[in-house]
Design a protein around this ligand. Sequence first.
Ligand SMILES: [Zn+2]
Length: 296
Amino acid sequence: MRRIGTIAFLIVAVLIALGARHGAWGEEAGAPKAAGATCDRAAFGLVLDVGHTAQVPGAKSARGALEFDFNLRLAKLIEQQLIEAGFAKTVLLVTEGPALAGLARRVARANAAHADLLLSIHHDSVPDSMLEKWDYNGEPHIFSDRFKGHSLFVSYENRDRKDSLRFARLLGLALKSRGLQYTPHYTDKIMGHRRRELIDAEAGVYRFDRLVVLKYPQMPAVLLEAGSIINRDEELLMGTPEHQAVIAAAVVEAAEGFCRERKPVKPDRIARPDAGAKAKLRPAAVRGPAGNAIKR
Ligand SMILES: [Zn+2]
């Protein structure tokens, strides 16, 4: 396991270095935007990362569906709405393969896309200790109705912590304005080592420094747990196109706000090939916030 971790870490480090060599995804061009400037949607690069892979599909829902399928469906709808809204440079990032290698690949591809922002789409579960059993369609399944709601995560070790937080806040507020409530349970003692610091209590933003997909991208990065699919009611809700459209509309609004205020990256902050090189790729860091991604 340690050997695999070391190899994966080396792959991540090399790919990040390769990605970083390309420089600053175009932000060096052009003068700083004036206050009140409008968003140049066509020039704004947004990478939509579909959480997990078909081979290692993340959490299982209360009715046995795969998190990867929920992530892919929602991310595709968000992509469609962004493109319809004029964000023509939106890139849907679908990764294949085992978890660790998949993570290395997704970070490298996000960096190579020279995007302004990365949003990783996930659906939540709970730690194994909270799972209960039930039968659905005559088959045994697991569930937990204890928590529901979305949550947002950022890493303070991302090279652009401030803008990661800024987009997470914009998205949290856009979801809130549509009547959606974030889940507060990540601050709960019961979450043990998966407990997270709530850094924006109004918008529902938590801090998760070691998460690979947030830490290593060379751009602001945010992870959205769109809702809990281990919760029996919320699983059904997350499956409806109407609810997915509400989330997608919130993402479009947040992207617009973020793009409008986006400041060009300063040259001295561009291309740090050694970024994150001292960190270790630990198994905990490749799981989702609930720590359940790899096992199932
Ligand atoms: Zn996930």
